[in-house]
Design a protein around this ligand. Structure first.
Ligand code: PGA
Length: 253
């Protein structure tokens, strides 16, 4: 199974800065044996990057979210199908910042996953617990619930379109990373959940990424764990040198 190293730029970079970052990543890219490289720039740039990216680019594009609706009178929204029509093949859904700050409920996340898969986008589905939930030992139960709900409409035949990103909220943007053992423990648990919801073949084939203050100094250890298939990277994806170091860590894992 190939790893994924995906950069979530969030609301950072202007159009030209992002273009330069993608060019620098392509320039420094090692030959990729086992890693798919994805970046998720702000939505207004996606069509431009897709149209102007060189044919030899090894960087695939993702959106950071999509509308829960399909086409219609939904001012300001962009649909999964629109992303696909721009040459975008991936979308992040259920990021904790969307859930917490933009009111994305379980129902919204579940329906966005369905919209995205119907439009033939590959979904990077995020799950993760707060510090309070972890301290109360509720993290396994919560992750099981988040995944079960988000994947309610996704039958086994559609699971090839899903990658899961485990992102403990207490580790996002805080500099505090889950230990490699904590990541492995949760990733193994997620795989078990996939075995019981689907089967062991699907559980084995589904990629599970770690996210939350992942950086060159901790990536070797985290990516080295058997159930970790790469990372969803925020801060360290905004700089070509650190993003390339993370890609190299994935290649070496
Ligand atoms: P971080 O963000 O790497 O800056 O912690 C990860 C994410 O939010 O996807």
């Amino acid at each position: 199974m190939r790893n994924i190293v995906a950069g979530n730029w969030k609301s950072n970079k202007l159009l030209k800065e992002g273009e330069e970052l993608i060019a620098d990543i392509n320039h420094g890219m090692p030959s990729l044996r086992k890693t798919d490289v994805i970046v998720a720039p702000p939505a207004p740039y996606l069509a431009h990057y897709a149209a102007n990216g060189s044919k030899s680019s090894h960087v695939m594009l993702s959106a950071q979210q999509c509308s829960v609706n399909s086409a219609g009178a939904h001012t300001g929204e962009f649909t999964a199908e629109m992303l696909k029509s721009c040459g975008v093949n991936h979308v992040i859904i259920g990021h904790s910042e969307r859930r917490d700050r933009f009111g994305e409920t379980y129902e919204v996340v579940r329906n966005k996953v369905k919209e995205a898969v119907t439009a033939n986008l590959h979904v990077l589905l995020c799950c993760g617990e707060s510090l309070a939930v972890r301290e109360e030992q509720g993290h396994f139960e919560l992750i099981a619930e988040q995944l079960k709900d988000a994947l309610m409409h996704i039958g086994p035949e559609l699971m090839a379109n899903i990658t899961i990103a485990y992102e403990p909220i207490w580790a996002i943007g805080t500099g505090v990373t889950a230990t490699a053992d904590q990541a492995q423990e949760m990733h193994q648990f997620i795989r078990k959940q996939l075995t019981s919801s689907y089967d062991s073949k699907i559980a084995k084939a589904t990629r599970i990424l770690y996210g939350g203050s992942c950086k060159p100094s901790n990536a070797d250890e985290i990516f080295g764990k058997p159930d970790v298939n790469g990372g969803l990277i925020g801060g360290a994806a905004l700089d070509a040198e650190s993003f390339l170091a993370l890609i190299s860590a994935s290649e070496a894992s």
